[in-house]
Write a protein that binds this ligand. Structure first.
Ligand code: FAD
Length: 506
């Protein structure tokens, strides 16, 4: 699991993951995965460690959350990282526990280099630092990978303090609900195997992630009153906002093959460059779209673990509860029909295209008062027509990049089951709808807002409205989705929230 290029433990249905069915649109449902280990999803993720642009945090602050402006969060971004390329600067830190580095431009893998050259010829600038202040364009991905090892949040922050006498790590233990009396927290109910227990506490911080924290709030009586009532959960705080505002990056994986004898050396990461740009529909600051090419085939990602080679069958056999082909397709974001079509191409690669700042919003709900029952996830991707046309534009751009002469030397060939270059708008729309996938970047389900915003779930100190002693500190609280992966922001959020608790509510 610690090898960043190894994806077997990221497969939905793997024993180290929480796996759910996500309804992406009315027609498409797919298995999704979240890390079920110390470090959470940061232990199984793609290790792209990217900040949003400064305007993103300022927009968040403008929603009555002044403590989260770029000026306020920058010291925390600097504190969590050791940027091995830029060192200590006004933007970067050199001493934090998460080491971040990029592949130098001259050492990019051929596929990454071809993609960057094609994007530059299409008018996008080369960006030296995608975590810099002005970072629209194509550049090398900041990755929290050093010597092939993913610097996950558990290894960076928990392992070094695991022996502290005031820290107890209960493994294999699930929180079932938060317990309260008269709207004050009194503890949590937990379960380990068949054993149940209560842990008393007058302060609880939920960090179960954007899918499980809102579920836990609902199971604890905090959420839409009618929904809780329907499932026999006593209502403690009636708040319709819990579970609303579910956002993630709706995405498409544009499949392509390269020459049969061509392989990216395994020493290269799974992705090395990324393009960020504003679509012609984008009105706000910064960029709203992103895309990057995968450098390794699915087979390589599933069978290589660090320096050794495993068996595809072992990876596939680890999948429980889903058809393995569905699990494989979900991980790369490839639909079943494209998977079948691609199966002949052993060196299947893809350009991942995503709507960074989607207009569509989904929702999360409980389906039962049983903590073991999975939450219902309705992402409602493409429900806003703007998102459909933006994704169409992205696919057209990606197809053009693939046809650039820079890809010629490696024999790149789109392998979608329709000719996307010739497809008209309607055909493209149909292809996108049936191949839509997700980036596993869910946020927003317990939204932060100003103290008098009754559509918010937490205030800017992450305190749950209507409940004394309860905080949510994870990506559930983001009011907006950023164009980049959210992991760096999740780590910053934990660091910032800890400082706010120390400062204002020790
Ligand atoms: C396959 C994959 C690839 C990704 N790639 C990237 C990437 O390259 N870059 C990027 O920025 N982001 C990426 N992400 C997203 C990123 O990893 C997450 O956004 C980030 O880890 C923070 O997520 P979170 O706050 O939702 O919580 P999580 O990281 O999911 O953590 C939640 C934790 O709570 C635990 N938990 C949940 N429920 C309970 C319960 N009831 N009782 C006890 N414990 C519980 C879980 O086991 C987990 O440890 C990826 C995610 C996945 C799944």
């Amino acid at each position: 699991m610690r090898y960043a290029n190894s994806s077997a433990s990221s497969l939905p249905g793997h024993p180290d993951s929480w796996s759910y069915i996500a309804r992406l649109t009315e027609d498409v449902a797919t298995p999704i995965t979240r890390g079920r280990v110390v470090g959470g999803s940061s232990a199984v993720n793609g290790a792209q460690f990217m900040r949003a642009v400064p305007d993103y945090y300022d927009e968040w602050a403008s929603l009555g959350c002044a403590k989260w402006s770029f000026h306020e969060v920058l010291p925390h971004f600097r504190a969590i990282e050791a940027d091995l390329d830029f060192g200590a600067t006004s933007l970067h830190g050199a001493d934090g526990p998460i080491r971040v580095q990029r592949t130098t431009r001259s050492e990019l893998a051929p596929v990454a280099s071809a993609f960057a050259e094609a994007a530059i010829d299409a008018g996008h600038p080369w960006v030296e630092d995608l975590n810099g202040a002005d970072s629209a364009g194509v550049g090398a991905l900041p990755l929290n990978i050093v010597d092939g090892i993913r610097q996950n949040a558990g290894a960076a922050f928990v392992e070094p303090v695991a022996e502290r006498p005031n820290l107890y790590i209960l493994d294999q233990t699930r929180v079932n609900r938060v317990l309260s009396q008269d709207n004050s927290v009194v503890g949590v109910a937990v379960q380990r195997g068949t054993e149940s227990a209560t842990i008393n506490a007058d302060q609880v911080v939920l960090s179960a992630g954007a899918l499980n924290s809102p579920q836990l709030l609902m199971l604890s009586g905090i959420g839409p009153g009618s929904l809780l009532h329907a499932h026999g959960v006593g209502v403690v705080v009636d708040n319709d906002a819990v579970g609303r505002n579910l956002m993630d990056h709706a995405a498409i994986a544009l499949p392509f093959a390269v020459r049969a004898d061509f392989r990216t050396p395994y020493s290269h990461p799974v992705a090395e460059v990324s393009l960020h740009y504003a679509s012609d529909r984008h009105a706000g600051p910064g960029e709203d779209m992103r895309m990057f090419p995968y450098l390794h085939s699915m087979r390589t990602m599933l069978t290589r673990t660090g320096p050794s080679r495993g068996h595809l069958k072992d990876a596939i056999d680890s999948v429980r509860g889903f058809h393995p082909v569905r699990a494989l397709g979900s991980l790369r974001g490839t639909s079943l029909s494209t998977m079948r079509h691609q199966y002949r191409h052993r060196n299947d690669l893809a350009i991942h295209c995503a709507i960074g700042a989607p207009a569509s919003r989904g929702r999360l709900a409980i389906d039962s008062a049983d903590p073991e029952a999975p939450p219902v996830l309705e992402y409602r991707y493409l429900s806003d027509p703007e998102d459909r046309s933006r994704l169409c534009g992205a696919v057209r751009l990606a197809v053009e990049l693939l046809h650039h002469r820079s890809f010629g030397a490696i024999g790149a060939l789109p392998t979608a089951d329709v000719d996307l270059r010739r497809a008209d708008g309607r055909e493209l729309d149909v292809w996108i709808r049936s191949n839509i996938t997700t980036a596993f970047h869910s946020v927003g389900t317990a939204r932060m807002g100003s103290a008098n915003d009754d559509k918010a779930v937490v205030d800017q100190y992450c305190r749950v409205r209507g409940m004394q002693g309860l905080r949510v500190v994870d990506l559930s609280v983001l009011p907006l989705l950023m164009t980049r992966g959210p992991n760096a922001t999740a780590v910053m959020l934990g660091h910032r929230a800890a400082a706010l608790i120390d400062q204002f509510d020790p």
